[in-house]
Unconditional design. Structure first.
Length: 582
């Protein structure tokens, strides 16, 4: 028996040591998994979905090869499909348990009427990140299942012909060394047991006496067992079977009670799957990159006074003000331009994207140049309200407003969750966004009007500069020879941008166009415009009169309905946008 224990111990030791060495040699897996696909020559776009990217974990290595420009970018899967609106593309799918891929031709559903053409994916605001190279692109990524990669050249040419994805595999063998050590220790124990067995055999040699036979056992007398009369009542069982039977019945009762509690309607969970909340339309790095691109375009356009270049990233009221300012600056070197968008030393003070999966999409950011907080060239933080019209469009600045020194932004949702864009006639605010411009215009003409009571003007620099008192000074300066009237022009539908705050209020950006009309009061009197009005109207004197339009881009903090609190002007931009003869 001792020899058997020794040999079994040594056999186990041999198995442990062998297993440990096998894990480090024969059984050690490959350090990577790789799949490749050949892309058809007529394919312009290739999509690598998140299901394929995550099929072997994270840490993917993309290797793309083609002729000419090679582009790859990734974004949310829904955004990638939306960008491909109406386009045919090839989707790579997992096959053979993840050891191969197959190519499936698809056509993306049409979004916002986008179809046809050969769009270039390079530089799209939808991508979280992108890379470009010539002929070959190697890119290490770490992408989750929720994103997809789009591969192309320039949209017009064929996509890269070869796509290879490689995942690193963890080849660590943490049990190999413990197995080898344990096997070695068992081998030592086995040798000791073998030595003990040998010593015992040597000591046990010699004559042995046979033990005497055992005496037989005495026969036992029969036991007496009393018989119970057949008429006696049955005795209840008190053995194990009886206890087990009771436990079984009690357990069944408990199970029945629990099942009944689960089936009671009052304790049941609400039917139907929970609705997944809509997340912010873009990430913070995307928003920062978009703001930087806007600043680059603005800097180049301001330097060249090129309204066409500005139109790449500006639209609406912001573009109208820049276009007029460029025209005035071309004739008057001392004329001011709109506040520059911080570029070199810019810090993103606030990012608030819209929470939506559709288009158009809205983005609100506040940029600041720390180097210009003080000094002679001090500049205020700049608030930008941007809109992306469709999946392939760039985010464009519709409002660019300087924050007032006293401005305190309300509590806002996080950039991760995003805000809800409110419609112009929403009843959840103290003042409907579509009525803000008209009500504030009434305040600028008459500070005692009913609409003026809805605003807090205690720190309102714009109301002080172009309000009722300032208008009276302008009228008085004209004297008795000419008169001036003021009128608000209607704003375009959908031009208001309103994003919800964390406390049921809203940040609202609106455009107010105020028309100033100067007319002679009697025959023979001429009106001589000056400054920007003369440059834009291209008239030095007129007996008919001049119509000038001043644009005000306004940013308000509007409280929730029923709060009885006033709206506050947080920032603004103003300037002459047009002038003509009557």
């Amino acid at each position: 028996m001792r020899f058997a224990v020794a040999f079994v111990t040594m056999l186990i030791a041999l198995v442990l040591v062998g297993t440990g060495f096998a894990q480090r040699t024969l059984l050690k897996p490959a350090d990577h998994v790789s799949v490749a696909a050949d892309v058809p020559g007529d394919t312009h776009y290739v999509v690598i979905p998140g299901s394929l990217l995550a099929s072997h974990g994270s840490g993917q290595q993309l290797q793309l090869a083609g002729s000419g420009t090679v582009f790859a970018g990734y974004g949310r899967t829904a955004d990638v499909t939306a960008w491909l609106s109406g386009q045919r593309y090839t989707e790579l799918q997992v096959a053979d348990g993840g050891t191969a891929v197959t190519s499936v031709a698809r056509t993306a559903p049409v979004v916002n009427g986008l179809r046809g053409g050969a769009p270039d994916p390079d530089g799209s605001d939808l991508w979280m990140e992108q890379r470009t190279a010539q002929d070959r692109l190697d890119w290490k990524t770490n992408l989750p299942r929720s994103v997809s990669v789009i591969v192309a050249s320039d949209g017009a040419g064929p996509a890269p012909s070869t796509v290879r994805i490689t995942w690193p595999v963890d080849t660590a063998t943490p049990l190999a060394v413990p197995l080898i050590v344990a096997g070695g220790l068992l081998a030592v124990v086995g040798l000791l047991l073998l030595a003990w067995a040998l010593v015992h055999v040597r000591r046990s040699r010699g004559p042995r006496r046979k033990a005497p036979p055992k005496s037989p056992k005495r026969p036992q007398p029969p036991r007496y067992r009393p018989q119970r009369p057949s008429s006696a009542p049955p005795v209840a069982q008190r053995g194990r079977r009886s206890v087990s039977h009771r436990i079984a019945l009690g357990g069944a009762g408990v199970v029945a009670v629990l099942v009944g509690a689960v089936l009671v309607p009052g304790g049941a969970a609400p039917a139907g799957a929970a609705t997944k909340p809509v997340e912010a339309s873009i990430t913070e790095p995307q928003a920062t990159r978009i703001a930087h691109r806007v600043a680059e375009v603005a800097a180049a356009a301001d330097k060249a006074r090129d309204a066409g270049a500005a139109a790449e990233r500006f639209a609406g009221a912001a573009l109208a003000l820049r276009k007029a300012s460029y025209a005035i600056r071309a004739k008057d070197k001392g004329a001011d331009l709109p506040q520059a968008v911080p570029l070199k030393n810019a810090t993103t003070r606030l990012i608030l994207p819209e929470a939506t999966a559709t288009w158009p999409r809205t983005l609100f950011v506040v940029l600041e140049d720390p180097a210009k907080r003080t000094g002679t060239k001090k500049s205020a933080p700049l608030a930008l309200a941007m809109v992306q019209a469709d999946p392939r469009a760039d985010y464009k600045v519709h409002f660019a407003m300087s924050l007032q020194p006293s401005a305190v932004l309300p509590d806002l949702p996080s950039a991760l969750n995003g805000a809800t864009r409110l419609n112009d006639a929403t009843p959840v605010l103290e003042i409907a966004p579509g009525e803000l411009g008209a009500d504030y215009g009434a305040l600028l003409r008459d500070s005692g009007s009913a609409a003026a009571k809805q605003f807090d003007v205690s720190h309102d620099e714009l109301a002080e500069g172009v309000g009722e008192a300032a208008k009276k000074k302008v009228a008085k300066k004209l004297g008795s020879t000419a008169g001036i009237t003021f009128k608000d022009l209607p704003s375009g539908p959908g031009s208001v941008v309103a994003l919800s705050t964390a406390k049921a209020g809203a940040l609202v950006a609106v455009q107010l166009d105020e028309q100033w009309t100067v007319k002679p009061k009697r025959t023979g009197v001429t009106v001589r415009p000056s400054g920007g009005t003369r440059i834009l109207s291209k008239i030095s004197a007129t007996s008919k009169g001049i119509v000038s339009v001043y644009g005000y881009q306004l940013l308000f903090a509007v409280p929730s309905a029923g709060s009885n609190e006033p709206a506050v002007l947080l920032g603004y931009a103003q300037g002459l946008v047009s002038a003509k003869e009557l």
